[in-house]
Write a protein that binds this ligand. Structure first.
Ligand SMILES: [Zn+2]
Length: 453
C-alpha cells in the first residue's frame, strides 16, 4: 500500500490521508482547513486527487476539520460510500448542512460587500450539497469489521475525543499490513469521554500531535470554573463561553450544572445559544452509553438549560444585563452567534470570556487568549475590557504525556510512525518524544508526501 498525506501536515486542520494499492483508493478523513487565511485558501484549491478516482471514505470523527470537505468532494465527482460510527453519522447530519449554510452566507456577504474578486462569489458548497453527501453515509459499530474497498478491512476503536470519535484500523489483506490512524486522541481523564482504547497492533501508525509540545495545566477545572463564575456574578457580569458545538458545549453544561447543584456558584440562568450545539446535546443524550454521563445526568443538563433556538431569541439574549452564563459557538470565535455576544460583552470589564479548547493560530480565540487589547469583528475593532480565560485543562485533546501513555498501553510495536495534525514545532517535539520513549522509527509527515506502507 501507499499512503499520501493530503492535509493536516504542519497544521492542525484539513485532515485527509489517502491509502491506495494498485486497484483501490481509500480516503481517511476529508477535512476542511480552518484558521488563518492562507490555510483557508487551500479549501478552494482543486482536491489533490481526482474525487471520482477515490473508491470510499472512512471518517475518524465528525469535526469539520475532518469531514467538512465531503460535500465538495461529492459535488466534484466522488461516487463511493462514506463510512463512520453511528454517532459520527448523526453528528455529521447536523454539522455538514450547517457548514454549507455558513458557506452560502459567506458568499452572500462577500457579494454584498463587493470584496470578492469574482463577480458573483460562489460558496464552496451549499446546504443541498451537504445533504447530497449525507446520502453516501453508512454507519457501523465500534469493533465491527467491514470492507470499504476490496482487500482493505477496516475497524473503528474508541478514541475518547468526542462522541463517535475513533481510531481507524486498516488491514490490507494482500500484504497483511495494518495501518492505524489515531484521529484526534482524547484525554486519559476526561470529564465526559472514556479514555481512548489502547492500540494493540499496527505496522504503521499515523498519530496526531496537537499538544505535541505541551502539557495541560494540572488544575481542577471545576474549582477554576466555580471561581470565575462566582467572581463575575459578584460584580454583576456575564460569563460568555465560546465553545465547540460538539463535545465541549455538553461538557461545559454538565460542569456548570454540577457545581450549581452543589451550591459552589450562585444560581443563575444558563443559556445555550447555538442551534447546532442544541442538536448535538440531544444526540449526546441519546448516545449516553458511549460516554460517562448517565441518562439522569443528561436529563439534568436538559432540564436546567435555556435553549436559545431562533435568531430573535438570540438577539434578545444580547440585551440581557443580569448575571448569567452564555455558551455559544464557535469555539475559536471564528464565526457564529458568539460574535454578537463578544461585541456586546468584551468592552465591559464586568464580564468574563472563557475559552475551553485548542485555539488555532490566526483565530480570534487565539488573539484573545494571548491578551489582544482589541479584536476585529464584522469589520470593526472592539476593545477587550472583559477578563479572558483559557481553561486549557478542559481540552478534548490529550497532551503529549497522555498520548505517550496511550501509545504505551497496548502491545504496539510499529515499524514506522508518522506524526501529523500539529503545528510544525509541536509535531517535531512529539516526534522526538515518541522516539525517546519507545525507540520507534518516527517521522513528521510532509504535505503531499507519499510513502510506502
Ligand atoms: Zn476533533
Amino acid at each position: 500500500m501507499k499512503l499520501k498525506f493530503l492535509g493536516a501536515a504542519g497544521t492542525v486542520t484539513g485532515s485527509r490521508y489517502l491509502l491506495s494499492d494498485d486497484k483501490h483508493r481509500l480516503l481517511v478523513d476529508c477535512g476542511m482547513y480552518q484558521g488563518v487565511k492562507n490555510l483557508r485558501k487551500r479549501n478552494w484549491a482543486p482536491f489533490p486527487v481526482e474525487p471520482s478516482s477515490i473508491n470510499a471514505v472512512v471518517l475518524t470523527h465528525a469535526h469539520i476539520d475532518h469531514t467538512g470537505y465531503l460535500p465538495a468532494l461529492v459535488k466534484n465527482g466522488f461516487k463511493g460510500k462514506i463510512y463512520c460510527t453511528k454517532a459520527t453519522h448523526e453528528l455529521c447530519k447536523v454539522l455538514l448542512p450547517d457548514a454549507g449554510y455558513l458557506q452560502e452566507e459567506d458568499a452572500k456577504y462577500a457579494f454584498r460587500k463587493g470584496f470578492s474578486k469574482h463577480e458573483k462569489p460562489e460558496p464552496l458548497f451549499t446546504v443541498k450539497d451537504a445533504q447530497e453527501a449525507l446520502k453516501h453515509f453508512e454507519s457501523l459499530h465500534y469493533h465491527e469489521r467491514f470492507e470499504p474497498v476490496k482487500g482493505m478491512e477496516v475497524t473503528f476503536t474508541p478514541a475518547g475525543h468526542i462522541l463517535g470519535s475513533s481510531c481507524v484500523h486498516v488491514h490490507h489483506r494482500g500484504s497483511d499490513r495494518t495501518v492505524v490512524f489515531s484521529g484526534d486522541v482524547g484525554r486519559q481523564n476526561d470529564v465526559i469521554m472514556r479514555p481512548p482504547e489502547p492500540i494493540q497492533k499496527a505496522d504503521v501508525l499515523v498519530c496526531e500531535s496537537t499538544y505535541g509540545d505541551r502539557l495541560h495545566a494540572e488544575s481542577d477545572p471545576e474549582s477554576e470554573l466555580a471561581e470565575i463564575i462566582t467572581k463575575t456574578a459578584g460584580r454583576g457580569g456575564i460569563v460568555l463561553m465560546p465553545s465547540f458545538a460538539v463535545g465541549r458545549a455538553q461538557m461545559l453544561l454538565y460542569l456548570i450544572h454540577k457545581i450549581m447543584a452543589e451550591s459552589r456558584v450562585p444560581k443563575m440562568p444558563v443559556y445555550l445559544n447555538s442551534p447546532m450545539a442544541i442538536k448535538a446535546t440531544e444526540i449526546f443524550s441519546r448516545h449516553h452509553k458511549e460516554h460517562k454521563l448517565s441518562a439522569a445526568q443528561c436529563e439534568m443538563i436538559d432540564e436546567n438549560t435555556e435553549f436559545v433556538r431562533t435568531v430573535d431569541e438570540s438577539i434578545e439574549l444580547n440585551s440581557v444585563r443580569y448575571p448569567c452564563i452564555i455558551i455559544s459557538a464557535s469555539g475559536m470565535a471564528s464565526g457564529g452567534r458568539v460574535l454578537h455576544h463578544l461585541k456586546t460583552l468584551l468592552p465591559n470589564p464586568r464580564n468574563s470570556v472563557v475559552f475551553a479548547g485548542f485555539q488555532a493560530p490566526g483565530t480570534r480565540g487565539d488573539a484573545l487568549v494571548n491578551g489582544a487589547d482589541s479584536v476585529k469583528i464584522h469589520g470593526e475593532y472592539w476593545p477587550v475590557k472583559a477578563e479572558v480565560y483559557n481553561l486549557d485543562s478542559l481540552s478534548a485533546h490529550g497532551d503529549y504525556e497522555e498520548i505517550l501513555q496511550w501509545l504505551g498501553a497496548g502491545a504496539l510495536k510499529p515499524e514506522k510512525v508518522y506524526i501529523t495534525h500539529g503545528e510544525v514545532v509541536a509535531s517535531d517535539v512529539m516526534r522526538k518524544r515518541v522516539r525517546e520513549r519507545f525507540g520507534w522509527d518516527v517521522e513528521v509527515a510532509e504535505l503531499f508526501g507519499e510513502v510506502k506502507v
